[in-house]
Design a protein around this ligand. Structure first.
Ligand SMILES: Cc1ncc(COP(=O)(O)O)c(C=O)c1O
Length: 375
């Protein structure tokens, strides 16, 4: 049987990986400044992570959500402590799309409304509702048109108010930093405004922190820069450091009901163990602080390269914008300099999403490679 061919593949086959390096069988070593799409938060095969998952597997790897799993409560407690988000309840899922799908579902249950406001250039995942609120016609089917979605521009208060004041909007979903879209951010004034209007019109505000959460931007959640409290926060990616796990944090005023949500695999013992290992490493290695200080170093160093027009993003969720398409450069970084970086919907942008414990020397390696390629 062949594979269903949907990924344009780079011709390399990793056999193992350690912290911020990925290796091929022949020993070729790559610096991973992409983290497998913002997933590797504490480093590949981090010893704490390997030990915790190995121990857990030797005890119990999985049982369904119809028995008590104390690890889920530990995950909820630790997220609360580290994020300082009070008065939320946790429901665990398996991926980012599933988190967003459940968030929209909860919002619709709660408000008894169905229309959604999303933002232009957004990406929220590949399940039905998640695709409906994703602003990319190339990946949508007829089926995704059935959900009633209005796409608006960031920072356009007038149109936002015109739409939300119609009173039929169940949820507003936004990324504090658009990942796949190319690292654009709404202004604080606008985020505060949509938060206020959501409260006024009985609409749930959903923060999609799937890519930007768990310390990537130097705050535990990227929305925290704006001092708001969304009704629902969606998480995944860096949360599991490669173990497929996600979740939603749901504000207290939204009440749960038996059977309202459900999943077979979500929040299983191995998934919870992966999250707890990530959280303990974030704390022990002070990775929020490292994200912030490495961002400063990154900006200092990389801005010395003249053809970089703009450095976008926050913490270790960064984008380098050029006035030319970056795909050739990205290829050269992989094959000539052995450095992984990422692309985005903005073709002129190179995305940098490394493990949160990278060091200055890794940024220096990128700097030296860019200097050679762009001089
Ligand atoms: C902001 C955001 N939301 C949701 C998703 C979907 O996550 P997943 O691929 O785990 O379903 C992504 C994936 O890139 C994302 O960046």
């Amino acid at each position: 049987m062949s594979l269903f061919n949907v990924y344009p593949l780079y011709q390399m086959t990793p056999s193992h990986a350690k912290m911020c390096y990925v290796y091929e069988k022949n020993g070729t070593k790559y610096l991973d400044l992409y983290g497998g799409h913002a997933v590797i938060s504490i480093g590949h095969s981090h010893p704490t992570y390997v030990k915790a998952l190995t121990n857990q597997l030797n005890n119990i790897g999985f049982y369904s959500n119809y028995i008590i799993n104390e690890l889920q409560q530990s995950v909820a407690n630790e997220i609360k402590i580290q994020s300082k988000c009070n008065n939320y309840n946790l429901f665990m899922t398996n991926s980012g799309a599933e988190s967003n799908e459940n968030a929209l579902q909860v919002a619709s249950f709660y408000t008894k409304k169905s229309r959604i406001i999303a933002f232009k250039n957004s990406f929220h995942g590949r399940s039905n509702a998640a695709l409906s609120i994703t602003d990319n016609p190339n990946i949508k089917s007829k089926m995704n048109e059935k959900i009633n979605v209005t796409f608006l521009d960031f920072n356009d208060k007038n149109n936002f108010n015109k739409e939300i004041s119609k009173g039929d909007v169940s949820s507003v979903i936004f990324e504090s930093i658009q990942g796949v879209g190319g690292l654009d951010e709404p202004e604080t004034e606008f985020v505060k405004y949509i938060s206020k209007q959501c409260k006024k019109y009985n609409t749930c505000l959903i923060a999609d922190e799937v890519q930007s959460g768990f310390g990537r931007t130097g705050d535990f959640f990227a929305f925290q820069k704006h001092d708001i409290d969304p009704d629902i926060i969606c998480i995944a990616k860096g949360m599991g450091n490669g173990f497929p796990v996600g979740g939603i944090l749901i504000k207290d005023h939204i009440k749960s009901k038996y059977g309202m949500l459900g999943t077979t695999f979500g929040g299983n013992h191995l998934a919870c163990t992966a999250v707890l290992a990530v959280l303990s490493t974030i704390k022990k290695e002070k990775l929020l602080q490292n994200s912030k200080s490495l961002e400063n170093y990154f900006r200092e160093k990389i801005s010395l390269i003249k053809s970089v027009k703009k450095i976008k993003g926050r913490g270790l969720m960064l984008g380098l914008e050029f006035d030319f398409e970056a795909s050739e450069l990205r290829k050269n970084l992989i094959f000539k300099h052995k450095i992984f970086t990422g692309g985005s919907a903005n073709k002129n942008l190179l995305r940098i999403l490394p493990p949160l414990n990278i060091q200055k020397k890794h940024i220096d390696k990128l700097y030296n490679a860019l200097k050679i390629e762009l001089s």
